[in-house]
Design a protein around this ligand. Structure first.
Ligand SMILES: Cc1cc2nc3c(=O)[nH]c(=O)nc-3n(C[C@H](O)[C@H](O)[C@H](O)COP(=O)(O)OP(=O)(O)OC[C@H]3O[C@@H](n4cnc5c(N)ncnc54)[C@H](O)[C@@H]3O)c2cc1C
Length: 334
C-alpha cells in the first residue's frame, strides 16, 4: 500500500479534529487530489492563481454548481486550515447559485420551458458525437438500464449479451471526435461532470482510443420517398438519432407496410401501391422523428440552468409524456 504523504495526513487530522463528517472528508480529499493531479504538483506548491486556473478548467467541463462549490470549500479548507494561510480562502470565490426554476411548474411555465428548449434547437444544429463501448465483468446488475442526463452530455448504460453497453453522447459543438482524436482521457474528463457514480464505466474506456470508429450523428428526412420504381425506407427515408430508440422499429414497420401494399397488387398498379405506402408511412415516421429530435434537444441541453429545470420537469413528466406521439402511436396498428 502506498504510504500517505505528511500533507495528506495533516489535512485528515485537521478535518478529524473539526469533526467533519466522513463524507465531507472524502469529498475534500478527492477535490484537493484532483487539483494536485491537474497540475501534477503537490498542492502546497500551487498558488491562488493556480486555483483560479483550475476553477476555469472545471467550469469549462460543465461541472455542476454544487460540485464546483464543494471544490471551493475543499480548497478554502486546505489553504486556510491545513496550510495556515488565512488570507487565501477569501480569495477563492464561490460560484453564484444559478437562478432556479420553481420546483412545481404550472402549465404556462412548462410551455415556456419547452419553448426555450425548442429555440436552443433552432439556434444550434444538433449534431451529436457518440462514443459507444462494452464493459465486461462489471459489478453492476446485468439487467439494469441507467441513464444520466447532464448539462450538454448524456450517458446511458444498457444490458447487452455478456456485459453492459455504454453510450456517451454530447453535442459536437461542445466536444466532437475531431477534438478528441485518440485521446480517451478527454472523453473521460468531459463526462466526469456527470458524477462519481459512472466512474467505473468511464474507467473501462481506454486512454488510447486507437483507431476506434466514431460517428458525427445528425438526422435527415427525404422529401420524396419514391422515384419511379425506387422506394426509400428506414433511415434512407427518415433517419433517426438514437435518442428515442425507434429508428429500427420504424424501418421494420415500413418494410411490413411495403410488403402489405405490394402483396395486394400487381405490376400494373405499382405506382398506386407505392403512393399508398408513402402515404401510410411518411407522416408517422416524421412525427416520430419530431419526437426523437425533441428528446435529443432535452437530453443535450447545454445550459446548467435549463438542465436543472429539465431535471425538475422529469420528476413530473415521464419519457412517454415527452415523446407522446411515439407512445400513443406505437399502440395503434400501422
Ligand atoms: C448508436 C445508435 C443506437 C441506436 N439505438 C436504437 C434503438 O435502441 N432502437 C431502435 O429502434 N433504433 C436504434 N437506432 C437506429 C437504428 O439503428 C436505425 O434507425 C436502423 O438501423 C435503420 O435501419 P436501415 O435498414 O434503414 O439502415 P441501416 O441499418 O443503416 O442499414 C443500411 C445498410 O446498408 C449498407 N450500405 C450502405 N451503403 C451501401 C452501399 N453503397 N452498398 C451496399 N450496402 C450499403 C450499410 O452498411 C448498412 O448495413 C440506433 C442507432 C444508433 C446509431
Amino acid at each position: 500500500m502506498a504510504e500517505m504523504s505528511p500533507l495528506r495526513r495533516r489535512m485528515i487530522e485537521d478535518m478529524t479534529v473539526r469533526n467533519l463528517s466522513p463524507a465531507t472528508q472524502r469529498s475534500y480529499l478527492y477535490a484537493v487530489t484532483k487539483f494536485s493531479r491537474y497540475f501534477s504538483r503537490s498542492p502546497d506548491r500551487l498558488s491562488v492563481e493556480d486555483v483560479r486556473a483550475f476553477q476555469v478548467h472545471l467550469v469549462s467541463t460543465g461541472i455542476s454548481w454544487p460540485a464546483l462549490n464543494q471544490t471551493v470549500c475543499a480548497l478554502r479548507f486546505f489553504y486556510g486550515v491545513t496550510l495556515g494561510q488565512a488570507e487565501i480562502p477569501e480569495r477563492i470565490p464561490y460560484a453564484r447559485e444559478p437562478r432556479k426554476l420553481p420546483v412545481v411548474l404550472n402549465a404556462d411555465e412548462v410551455v415556456r420551458f419547452l419553448e426555450a428548449v425548442a429555440s436552443l434547437k433552432t439556434r444550434t444544429a444538433l449534431t451529436t458525437a457518440y462514443w459507444v463501448w462494452v464493459v465486461r465483468g462489471s459489478a453492476r446488475p446485468p439487467t439494469a438500464v441507467v441513464e444520466h442526463w447532464g448539462a450538454g452530455r448524456f450517458l446511458g448504460i444498457y444490458p447487452i449479451k455478456g456485459g453492459l453497453g455504454v453510450v456517451a453522447a454530447t453535442p459536437t459543438r461542445i466536444m466532437g471526435p475531431d477534438a478528441v482524436g485518440r485521446d480517451g482521457r478527454k472523453v473521460k474528463a468531459h463526462f466526469a461532470a456527470l458524477g462519481d457514480s459512472i466512474a467505473d464505466v468511464m474507467a473501462s474506456l481506454p486512454d488510447d482510443l486507437g483507431q476506434t470508429f466514431w460517428w458525427h450523428l445528425t438526422d435527415a428526412r427525404s422529401e420524396n420517398w419514391i422515384k419511379g420504381r425506387v422506394v426509400l425506407l428506414g433511415d434512407a427515408a427518415c433517419a433517426f438519432l438514437p435518442t428515442a430508440g425507434v429508428g429500427a422499429s420504424m424501418a421494420l414497420e415500413s418494410a411490413a407496410v411495403l410488403d402489405d401494399e405490394l402483396g395486394r397488387t400487381d405490376a400494373r398498379f405499382l405506382p398506386g401501391a407505392l403512393a399508398r405506402y408513402e402515404l401510410r408511412r411518411k407522416p408517422r415516421a416524421e412525427t416520430f422523428q419530431d419526437d426523437s429530435r425533441r428528446l435529443a434537444s432535452m437530453m443535450m441541453i447545454e445550459s446548467l440552468e435549463l438542465s436543472w429545470g429539465r431535471d425538475q420537469l422529469m420528476k413530473f413528466y415521464t419519457l412517454d409524456m415527452l415523446a407522446k406521439n411515439i407512445a400513443q402511436s406505437l399502440a395503434k396498428p400501422i
